[in-house]
Design a protein. Structure first.
Length: 130
């Protein structure tokens, strides 16, 4: 159960509805997910986070699928089930297959393992990597 109430569209202030409308239009969906409904309890946070999402996840030098897959890997590593599921769904819409997801998670898992080993061993960074 969420720690704060969800702000449903019909109960939202005009300020929140404007963000909800932009989310729906930008994403081409007809609903608002629970993440945004929870953030809407503080409209300034809702606006800021949505603005950041549009900026970072919008057009850039990285392919949109790559961005979603990075998001999945980081979310899985951070243990955020909500974000892992949300961005896995988004990545699937952009073409990610089961095989791609499994390989992505294998790479993320390997990176976590070797990062912990390198940090635990307190290794000096090789001159060639600087």
């Amino acid at each position: 159960m969420a720690l704060v109430p969800y702000v449903e569209y019909e109960d939202a202030s005009p300020r929140v509805r404007a963000v909800y409308d932009d989310i729906k239009a930008t994403r081409g969906v007809d609903w608002i997910n629970n993440f945004w409904k929870a953030l809407a309890n503080r409209p300034e946070d809702l606006e800021r986070v949505w603005r950041n999402v549009k900026e970072v996840m919008g057009p850039g030098v990285l392919d949109p699928l790559v961005k979603e897959m990075i998001y999945v890997a980081v979310s899985a590593t951070n243990g955020c089930e909500y974000c892992t599921r949300s961005h896995t769904a988004a990545a699937r819409k952009k073409g990610m297959t089961d095989a791609m997801l499994l390989e992505l998670l294998a790479v993320a898992g390997l990176a976590n393992e070797t990062n912990r080993l390198a940090n635990g061993l307190r290794l000096d960074v090789d001159a060639a990597f600087r």
